[in-house]
Write a protein that binds this ligand. Structure first.
Ligand code: HEM
Length: 144
């Protein structure tokens, strides 16, 4: 359980970092000029890292959901805040997955759909970070 929590924390930190780096704010605001942080301005490096971390997140999510479903109490053992974070992660997976499809060659979406994908992904990300900060500070657990 402890290892799973640590792994989730590491994935969340780096997936957020590589997500924001794609915007690309670290190059624009000179953060990437700090020695050791130059990789944050290499689009294909951070883009690939975001995909690798997304795969790791999906594996962890699949493993956790399977664990819940196989346990006697199932998903009902999630707390209110655990449920909120689960829905936000689902939103990130769906909006992120749609953007992966959008990035494939030969696939075209309307401008409005692209805006909605970007804004919802960013919105879910910011909401998850805020809720995670709150649950961590207030000591609210995922499960009862
Ligand atoms: C299965 C999970 C995920 C997938 C498949 C995914 C995929 C993507 C893709 C394709 C992009 C657009 C890159 C481009 O410009 O082409 C993106 C951007 C981004 N991702 Fe994710 N992502 C996932 C999870 C997350 C998570 C968990 C976070 C943070 C909590 C996150 C934060 C961001 C941010 C901040 C951006 C840049 C803003 C935007 O374009 O909306 N992503 N992601």
């Amino acid at each position: 359980m402890k290892i799973k929590g640590k792994l989730y924390g590491i994935i969340l930190l780096f997936i957020t970092l590589t997500g924001f780096a794609q915007m690309p704010i670290f190059k624009r605001y000179y953060t990437a000029d700090i020695p050791g942080l130059g990789w944050l301005a290499e689009f294909y490096v951070i883009h690939s890292l975001h995909y690798i971390l997304a795969s790791a997140l999906l594996c962890l999510a699949g493993y956790s959901v399977a664990g819940f479903l196989l346990s006697k109490r199932g998903l009902s053992s999630l707390t209110f805040w655990g449920g909120v974070k689960t829905w936000l992660i689902l939103g990130l997976v769906v909006s992120g997955g749609l953007m992966v499809v959008r990035n494939l060659p030969g696939i075209y979406f309307s401008h409005v759909a692209i805006y909605l994908m970007n804004l919802s992904h960013l919105g879910f990300c910011v909401a998850l970070l805020m809720v995670s900060g709150f649950t961590r500070a207030a000591g609210k657990p995922w499960v009862r």
